[in-house]
Ligand binder design. Sequence first.
Ligand SMILES: Nc1nc2c(c(=O)[nH]1)N[C@H]1C(S)=C(S)[C@@H](COP(=O)(O)OP(=O)(O)OC[C@H]3O[C@@H](n4cnc5c(=O)[nH]c(N)nc54)[C@H](O)[C@@H]3O)O[C@H]1N2
Ligand SMILES: Nc1nc2c(c(=O)[nH]1)N[C@H]1C(S)=C(S)[C@@H](COP(=O)(O)OP(=O)(O)OC[C@H]3O[C@@H](n4cnc5c(=O)[nH]c(N)nc54)[C@H](O)[C@@H]3O)O[C@H]1N2
Ligand SMILES: [Mo]
Length: 798
Amino acid sequence: MSPSQPRDETPITEPDDVHIGHVKHYAAGVPAVAVALARGVEQMGALRTARTLTKLNQRDGFDCPGCAWPETPGHRKHAEFCENGAKAVAEEATRRRVTPEFFATHSVADLREKSGYWLSQQGRLTHPMYLAPGDTHYRPVTWDEANRVIADEFAAMSSPDEAVFYTSGRTSNEAAFVYQLFARSVGTNNLPDCSNMCHESSGAALGASIGIGKGSVTVPDLESADLILIAGQNPGTNHPRMLSTLEKAKHNGARIVAINPLPEAGLMRFKDPQKVGGVVGHGVKLTDDFLQIRLGGDMALFRGVARLLLDAERAAPGTVFDQEFLDGSCAGVDEYLRLLEDVDFDDIVAATGLTHEAIADLAHAIASSERIVLCWAMGLTQHHHAVATIGEGTNVLLLRGMIGKPGAGLCPVRGHSNVQGDRTMGIFEKMPEFFLAAQDAEFGIVSPREHGYDTVAAIGAMARGDVRLFVAMGGNFVAAAPDTDVTRAALRRCALTVQISTKLNESHLATGGAALILPTLGRTDKDVVGGVAQQVSVEDSMSVVHLSRGSLPPASKELHSEVAIVCDLATAVLGADHAVPWQELRGDNDAIRDRISRVIPGFEDFNIRVRMSDGFVLPHPPRDLREFATPNERANFAVNPLEWVDVPEGRLILQTLRSHDQYNTTIYGHDDRYRGIKGNRRVIMLNAADIQAFGLRAGQRVDIVSEWTGAGSEASGPNVTGAGSEASGPNATGAGSGIEERRVEGFEIVEYSTPRGNAAAYYPETNPLVPLGSVAKGSNTPVSKAVVVRLEPSTIEG
Ligand SMILES: Nc1nc2c(c(=O)[nH]1)N[C@H]1C(S)=C(S)[C@@H](COP(=O)(O)OP(=O)(O)OC[C@H]3O[C@@H](n4cnc5c(=O)[nH]c(N)nc54)[C@H](O)[C@@H]3O)O[C@H]1N2
Ligand SMILES: Nc1nc2c(c(=O)[nH]1)N[C@H]1C(S)=C(S)[C@@H](COP(=O)(O)OP(=O)(O)OC[C@H]3O[C@@H](n4cnc5c(=O)[nH]c(N)nc54)[C@H](O)[C@@H]3O)O[C@H]1N2
Ligand SMILES: [Mo]
């Protein structure tokens, strides 16, 4: 047992052999409740578990640090959380501690040998820690010393653009607002965030189509829809509370169509653990139709459907298209219809792997439904043609007039609990002028106008040696970003890396010349400043803004809130007489909200409205008024050449995805219960016919080698070789013909239901395979769902 581990807690388990059980056909139910409570008790003890979980997602409590799915408006259940939300809470509210003694015991070199799972299981960070140049161990520092180290680094810069400020999506609105205000006050827009790796493609596509990068539906819309399409999303694991909404929709008569290469348990059947019916019996069948699509085939599916809608409209004019909406509110319709003339169904069938009949069924359902919602997540956003794919799905809904009316609309389901709010608060490397101008006027600063680095560009800049200072507001940059070895090497070229974190992770070990760890309060922690309990606010996936208040005593007296950390740092760097009164904002989230209310449209009377029982909903012109804030004030059809993902001879297309037992880079355990994979995460899921065709066998260990040509950007056409790479990093072993190779070793083959030529393995273990230069066109999002790989028998034995 390690010295940091309290005696009363169960030991950390090491990965084991892979056990293949049965694939589950339903999600949640009794096992989910049991797992949630067990994980809580393990990390927090019984009393703290009970106290904590009763505050989760309640009006007087804290917002779940898990996903961004909204609370049901109106009445709330006593247990408004899910198994995976409870795990996220247990992870944060743990009683384990990472203290200065821990860092004295473990050198940075020792810690680099540990797994991410082991690191996060050590517990909450308790003290600011500093790794001085040349040192082997982190040592404790005071907050003043830490801020001086950072201020000195600013003094050494020749331009503020040598600083990069990353944000992960758990950060509150108030912290995000002061953080971006600080970055702009020092003079840079280098504000990459996790969204750049996540829903950026949704923002880019929706911004162009409907003039706002956010979803247009509410929970009641979903509940009253008659057709719900769920493409590229695994809600049973990643948004479990969405299942309750789907169940209600189902009860109200909705037809649910799952579009996914994998038959995900949560989409098939669902047992609501909060209902008697869910605890006994076999649960509710959720999915009416499962379309087992090939990776990257969604654009072709939407286009095929659109063509069939056009045929049906021509056969019976006025019955399919919403002509009034198309004429009155849209642009680009004719150009799009011309594209549809060219549709070749052989291509559509090849691209999707679906039968013509299945596609026709879907088109018929779309033509005959009155209220349609399209939901999606990473299965659509993390492809080379992601922006075009989401644009194409939007086109289908526009043809039917399915926006700005009850029960219908677009529903990108966000990841991190406040990732949408962070963007609203200005965490964006290219924030629009209206925001910058209003902020400048409010504070009397002059924000830079030149766009900053997004995540992929920031890694490129660090790799070139153009960045001195990297600051991360949460997250785990080195493990979450693509091309792990390239990213690590890039971070190590910085003079100073600073991580503002709750838990220890790999990024604390990907150190620059010097490094700081600044420990912060989390969602569950009580934040009292000058005797006043502070509340923060968050915005969920459906644009509802509400308060969150932690209730647990912090892990140590040395923890500062994210707001306090930013304001103190800003004072140290910019001086006490800076135009922004940092120390007035420091302990007063109401004061920050007053400022936000004057800078950001939709936040008028913020402090009053956010205290109303369910908070308030931000304006969304297409949803509320059928108005579109695009340059031509219309909803614009996306007009793009059709793309899909070919499987090169002898290769596979690999998607990297989440198991049921992780939160992004935080691994809770080694099981993926719903997929029936237990004991180890180093697995690759393959179609049985592929296993046979490659002369392999289930249970065998293989190395996965990705291949990337890195060349010929936009010219690539219908395949996955995409944008130009500036990142032939140190591990990119050129194979002679301009192909870069990247390798991960010792993955066990699991036979699984996935289309031929399509494989799946877990993130972040497979991030070293994702080339930095392989990004989505128009959003620069890493292509994490389509990596060209080949398999080689492994020398590593299991
Ligand atoms: N418990 C838990 N909750 C989470 C997270 C977590 O790690 N753990 N992460 C949070 C975050 S930040 C996010 S962004 C979300 C992620 O939520 P998801 O997007 O559900 O996450 P992934 O595991 O990446 O799953 C992608 C899904 O898309 C499918 N897919 C992959 N490629 C394609 C494709 O080409 N077409 C189609 N149609 N489907 C495809 C996969 O088979 C899989 O079902 O979850 C959030 N919530
Ligand atoms: N290959 C591949 N790569 C991917 C993806 C994929 O599907 N495949 N998904 C991408 C997606 S969708 C996302 S969103 C990114 C996620 O990227 P990140 O958001 O950077 O990663 P997380 O794992 O969510 O960050 C976890 C860390 O956040 C810190 N933390 C937790 N809570 C708090 C808090 O309240 N405050 C602060 N300051 N710190 C906190 C803890 O130290 C914890 O270790 O990864 C992306 N990377
Ligand atoms: Mo995400």
